[in-house]
Ligand binder design. Sequence first.
Ligand code: CO
Length: 150
Amino acid sequence: MIREVLQVGDPTLRKVCAKVTRFDGELSALLDDMKETLKKEEGAGLAAPQVGVPIRAVVVDVDEGYFEFVNPVFVWQKGEQTGAEGCLSVRGKAGTVTRPEKVKIVFQDRKGDRYSLVAHGFFARAICHELDHLDGILYTDKAKDIHDAE
Ligand code: CO
């Protein structure tokens, strides 16, 4: 099911999200809906609070593939990259954000199994952007030169 993506100004986008403790059908349904919504919106990532559910779950769709990260936590962040970013919750805008070049995270899947992953480049940028959403942070808080997107 396609879910409505909340827009900046909605208080749910500013919440520090709760850790996921139940790996049940409700979580699976949410992740399925987030995947469907992300594909329809043609975005690189979507966090649960963006569809009104303030829990620590994100989905990312990049060249490396489609990923679901539940309770993701950074192990380390290295280097620096500066590039363009947008957000499905800030429609029509883009901005330049400096992020780590390479990150390692630990996370759980929808069943609760634990994994780790190293990402670099745009994949790392997408992870940083989505994990910020889980702490109520939008890229516009960090960007310089917010402007109208093409
Ligand atoms: Co976003």
